[in-house]
Design a protein around this ligand. Sequence first.
Ligand SMILES: [Zn+2]
Length: 115
Amino acid sequence: MTSDLKPCPFCGGAAEMDTRQAYANYVTGRHQTGIAIYCVACGVQAMICRGDVPDVEPEQVMEIWNARAALPSTTSSGEAMERRGHYAEIIGDVVGGLVLASVVLLMLGFALGGG
Ligand SMILES: [Zn+2]
């Protein structure tokens, strides 16, 4: 059954299902179980709690997991690195902009203070 699971959408790792995943109910604090599918590599998971859906079936969780896995894949590490580089570029631009802004403010402060 787990062979029907698509690989992790975030890291490409293998997915496994746990039909007795334990969790503590947020409201009551009582321990309950749910059906979870998780990535064995990075730990990201999709889960339906029996507290919410008492008659949950594995197929329902599988559908949720596989729908997310259908998003554009980042399985190739080269592509992931490329994206990371792109984000670093954006962050660099933002930081650069902030530094420039603070320098301008500093100069403005000198101009106002000196005058
Ligand atoms: Zn993963």
